[in-house]
Design a protein. Structure first.
Length: 301
């Protein structure tokens, strides 16, 4: 991951990060054109300056539009066109699981997004492998067999890290189970060049950058998974893919943005997943005591 950061960031920014910060607590770096550089450190937002973290923006580095553009161009190996399929979805993936969320001018043609240009801000997200963080969820949800589990979490509260560790734990299960990871944004397995950068278990297959609708259908037909793990259910199509998998006898472990089970009931297309018995367990996360705080595990009656 450090190599990926060295590839895209200037030394002036890298130096205080490497000198003053604990990398295990470094979660996000935000560059916004004309504004102070921000850092998510241990789940709290600070500014970043020459001496590391600072509370006063007057002591912080200021990001220019040129710096924002330079980081994006470096991340694409100086070829925006070559990675436009990722770019037009609003993010880029780098080796080691580093992901860059991109904001700027969206170019639309014929009702479809063609690309993003005139970059105005980026969010560099640093993945963290926390081995063992999923053990409480695993014991509660899978002690008596496989169950369908929905992890509910606001952004940045550790849902992807939990899913990754659950994949690892399922890989230790006896008798063995086959796991299919549908990694639409390259975050769970942090795959790069056909290899997973994170420990997602010995019996996992990974679909990368695939819409869930395709990966669920193709995966069930050709890979015969016992369990499908996927991140960030967001659309009616995603909900339909989950229902299809469960009806086919495949266990699904997924996540969705929200703060409670009631939040999810109000999402279009999701009430059936909550109230129709599709999911057996709901795991609610928060940032209360840092990312990955388990607020509750609800058994669906």
């Amino acid at each position: 991951m450090w190599d990926s950061l060295k590839k895209i960031l200037p030394c002036s920014i890298l130096e205080p990060i490497g000198k003053f910060l604990d990398f295990d607590r470094f979660f996000e770096l935000r560059l916004r054109s004309g504004k102070a550089i921000c850092i998510n450190y241990g789940g709290k937002i600070f500014y970043l300056g020459s001496k590391g973290l600072c509370e006063n923006k007057d002591d912080a580095f200021i990001s220019s539009s040129g710096l924002v553009n330079e980081v994006v161009v470096r991340a694409t190996d100086y070829s925006l066109y070559a990675v436009n399929d990722q770019l037009k979805t609003g993010f880029l993936s780098l080796k080691g699981g580093v992901r860059i969320g991109i904001c700027g001018e969206v170019v639309v043609e014929g009702g479809a997004v063609k690309t993003i240009k005139n970059f105005s801000g980026i969010n560099i997200r640093i993945p963290h492998e926390v081995v063992g963080c999923g053990e409480k969820v695993y014991k509660e949800c899978f002690k008596n067999g496989l169950n369908n589990v929905l992890v509910i979490s606001p952004p940045g509260a550790g849902k992807t890290t939990i899913l990754r560790d659950l994949a690892r734990l399922l890989g230790l299960r006896v008798p063995k189970v086959n796991v299919l990871i549908v990694d639409e944004r390259c975050e769970i397995a942090a795959s790069f060049g056909g290899r997973s950068s994170m420990n997602v278990g010995e019996h996992s297959d990974v679909f990368v950058l695939s819409p869930k609708s395709f990966a669920f259908g193709a995966g069930i037909r050709t890979l015969a998974p016992d369990v499908i793990i996927t991140d960030e259910l967001a659309s009616v199509d995603d909900a339909t893919a989950v229902s299809y998998a469960v009806s086919a006898g495949v266990c699904v472990i997924a996540s969705v943005h929200g703060k409670s089970v009631e939040d999810i009931k109000r999402k279009a297309g999701f009430s059936e997943l909550v109230e129709g018995g599709v999911f057996d367990r709901f795991v609610v996360l928060s940032n209360r005591d840092g990312p990955g705080t388990i607020e509750k595990i609800v058994h669906n009656s």
